[in-house]
Design a protein around this ligand. Structure first.
Ligand SMILES: Cc1cc2nc3c(=O)[nH]c(=O)nc-3n(C[C@H](O)[C@H](O)[C@H](O)COP(=O)(O)O)c2cc1C
Length: 209
């Protein structure tokens, strides 16, 4: 693998529990793959372009199977730059806390920017075809509560199913999740223990990524 895009969706930097686990993954991965470039994009702190009416009009032009005219092409430049950066990676690490049972809005903003017809998916006679082929993804999350299978709040986890659906739609179905939880509900001792457990899983995942 030549390049991993690390999409960070927490603004909390050094205080981030999610990033503690992600760093364990990256240390293990880069130790084994020293030539792999890690491109970090922090969607929480980067000023992502807003989706203007022109940009959205362009999306409908592409959905109609037509090409963008010069004006729309100009408006689409920021989208194209982000798509190019996304597609130039062979692997993805997403570091995202759970926010209100789903993903932070900055990550949703990024997803709304890059998931575009003609670039990441297309409609064919046989249905939708994802165009981000042969890519791998690892998603590292942390949550204040516990949403693991069998727990009473499992049904409230809209984060993992959503990310599996949206990236599956564009062709990325090889996705590993590591969820550090609970981070807030049961105090510091449990938090430390769960971060350590998640780090062990992250290091293991790095071996086969
Ligand atoms: C805006 C916001 C919304 C949150 N919503 C949830 C939630 O719905 N469920 C939950 O378990 N924790 C929630 N949390 C807690 C975070 O998921 C938890 O503290 C996580 O470990 C933070 O990750 P970070 O340290 O990497 O930023 C929320 C935190 C914030 C700031």
């Amino acid at each position: 693998m030549k390049k991993i895009l690390h999409i960070v969706a927490t603004p909390r930097g050094e205080d981030s529990r999610t990033l503690k686990v992600s760093q364990a993954f990256l240390r293990a991965f880069t130790g084994k793959n020293p030539d792999c470039k890690i491109d970090e994009l922090n969607v929480a702190t980067e000023n992502l372009p807003g989706l203007s009416l022109k940009m959205i009009s362009g999306k409908y032009v592409l959905l109609g199977g037509k090409e963008l005219d010069d004006k729309l092409k100009e408006a689409w430049k920021p989208i194209e730059r982000h798509i190019e950066r996304f597609l130039s990676a062979e692997g993805y690490l997403i570091s995202a806390p759970m926010w209100n049972f789903g993903i932070p809005y900055s990550l949703k903003h990024y997803i709304d920017l890059i998931i575009q017809p003609k670039y990441l998916f297309r409609y064919t006679d046989k249905g939708v075809e994802g165009l981000a082929k042969n890519k791998k993804m690892i998603v590292i999350t942390s949550r204040g509560g516990d949403y693991s299978p069998g727990s009473p709040f499992n049904n409230y986890d809209f984060q993992e199913p959503y990310l599996r659906a949206v990236f599956g739609f564009v062709g990325i179905s090889d996705i590993v999740f590591i969820n550090a939880q609970p981070m807030d509900a049961l105090g510091q001792e449990v938090q430390d223990k769960k971060i350590e457990e998640a780090k062990v899983l992250a290091k293991k995942a790095a071996e086969s990524f």
